[in-house]
Design a binder for this molecule. Structure first.
Ligand code: ADP
Ligand code: GLC
Length: 488
């Protein structure tokens, strides 16, 4: 039997991206198709989504819902890999300026609960026959935006619809989609769902909790994060529920789409290079990056790169405290990011204090992100917590050694250049244990020390580039989760 899966999510690369969620939703379905699964995606009809799909055609009229006017279901194809994408067409909800979640002034849209309830509801409608030509066996919801999908499935089942299995994937427990209890009435769910044994969370409606409570299985994006979220320290208030579901939780590490993130095929970098011979190609990328960012053009300066959302999660305040340690040792730092105004200002101040050594670009720039991953010697991901993290995986592929905090997916994917790891041929980067200045500075010093040992440095770069985090392993692991729901 061909397993049919419907992914419900808010973002999908290359249509629309604000973070790693988009990369995952862009890469997992084609990897699943390779294994024979019929994997499709449902997205809100944001303008960029509509513009990026080919062969868009109407599928069904879903009637009026959530005050969005008349909602239509459309279906298109995402080229080149040919994944079928359903679109929730509700222009009053989705045809707006700004990013998917916030207006142009960075304020969350006041009706986000209804905008994303519509996504979960539509996923459940597709699962119960809205497209006469196709029905999934499994609805696979990603993050809080799609968290109500398992709740609607349960509600429809109660009204006589057949059971459709669901999987909830947590990409980040810090974003929960909580809304005032007074909004519950607008969600078209049975009244008793607003309960502790349901989607109520400390007097609010929680979309993420709905997904965690009503889904048949829960996955998250690394084995370490799967353990962490079941502890009080990292459970963001949901550890109690997660502990009761411990046997339904699986940590599945994200992968890398090497057709996009490989220095040997990357059209957006200054010079392509391979793992067999990174040398001059990588140096050209570094020189081009230094030039583009206004840094001193010096191949010997150890260049640290950051590509990141500028939020508390990412630990960049700690990095800011260590900037003098990088610069005093002759290193350079380049940062691409956007987010919290305080962090944006901190970055700009650092650049102003160290002209030629620290350069910052505020904004979201896909092409520059590739240039930084390729042109840096070190890519820093000092996150307080990190469910998986993709930039350190991209860094490995480009031979730019990741420097990370030992947490979540970072702990699962990077091996420190300690003496014993160097001796045993295991090192792929730099890992620090304690989230404080001493921790990060220790790792920075290790990076300078390794750079001074040319042979060891080259060996670590080679090992980093040889790591395989392709999507096939994850696709197989998800297939196993689905199999557990559908039976042999
Ligand atoms: P998160 O999803 O928490 O932001 P990940 O490491 O999983 O972190 O994924 C981040 C993704 O977003 C990567 O593809 C990274 O390159 C990209 N990214 C983050 N910030 C920017 C930016 N300012 N410009 C371009 N790409 C960015
Ligand atoms: C989230 C997490 C990040 C993860 C990404 C994709 O945004 O913060 O760690 O890699 O989702 O799963």
């Amino acid at each position: 039997m061909t397993v049919c899966v419907l992914h419900a999510a808010a973002e999908m690369f290359p249509l629309l991206k604000t973070g790693g969620l988009a990369d995952v939703v862009g890469a997992l379905p084609p990897a699943q198709s390779q294994l024979g699964t019929d994997a499709r995606v449902v997205l809100p009809g944001f303008p960029a989504v509509l513009a990026g799909l080919a062969d868009l055609e109407p599928v069904a009229d879903l009637g009026g819902a959530f005050g969005a006017g008349n909602v239509r279901l459309e279906r298109g194809v995402l080229k080149p890999h040919g994944v079928t994408v359903y679109v929730v067409r509700a222009d009053p909800f989705y045809d707006r300026p700004g990013n998917p979640y916030m207006d142009a002034a960075n304020h969350p849209y006041a009706d986000n609960d209804r905008r994303f309830a519509l996504l979960g509801w539509t996923a459940a409608r597709i699962a119960t026959g809205a497209d006469p030509a196709w029905k999934p066996h499994i609805v696979h919801a990603h993050d809080w935006h799609a968290g109500l999908a398992p709740a609607y499935l349960r509600a429809f089942e109660r009204s006589g619809a057949p059971h459709v299995a669901s999987v909830m994937t947590v990409h980040n427990l810090a974003y929960q989609g909580t809304f005032p209890a007074s909004e519950f009435g607008a969600l078209q769910l049975p009244g008793d769902f607003y309960a502790m044994e349901g989607l109520e969370f400390y007097g609010h409606v929680s979309f993420l909790k709905a997904g965690l409570y009503y889904a048949d299985r829960i996955t998250t994006v690394s084995p370490t994060y799967a353990r962490e979220i079941q502890t009080q320290a990292h459970g963001a208030g949901l550890h109690g529920l997660l502990q009761t579901r411990t046997h339904d939780i699986t940590g599945i590490l994200n992968g890398v789409d090497y057709s996009i993130w490989s220095p040997s095929v990357d059209e957006s970098i200054a010079s392509k290079y391979t793992a067999a011979k990174p040398g001059s190609g990588k140096s050209k990328c570094k020189a081009a990056l230094q030039e583009r960012m206004g840094l001193a053009k010096d191949d010997d300066a150890l260049l640290f790169g950051v590509v990141s959302r500028l939020t508390e999660q990412k630990g960049l305040d700690l990095l800011l405290s260590a900037v003098p340690d990088i610069v005093q040792r002759g290193g350079q730092l380049v940062v691409l990011g956007t987010g919290d105004p305080a962090l944006e200002t901190g970055m700009k101040n650092a650049a102003a204090a160290h002209p030629g050594a620290v350069a910052v670009e505020l904004g979201f720039d896909e092409t520059l992100s590739h240039s930084i991953i390729a042109g840096s010697d070190i890519v820093m991901v000092p996150s307080r917590f990190e469910p998986c993290g993709l930039t350190q995986l991209y860094a490995l592929a480009y031979g730019s050694l990741p420097l990370v905090h030992r947490v979540g997916g970072l702990a699962d994917t990077v091996a420190d250049s300690s003496l014993e790891n160097l001796a045993d041929d295991l090192a792929t980067g730099f890992v620090f244990d304690t989230f404080d200045r001493a921790g990060i500075v220790g790792a920075i010093r290790r990076a300078f020390a390794l750079k001074a040992r040319r042979t060891d440095w080259k060996a670590v770069v080679k090992r980093a580039m040889g790591q395989n985090f392709g999507w096939e392993a994850a696709a197989l692991a998800y297939a196993e989760v689905y199999q557990g729901l559908l039976g042999p």
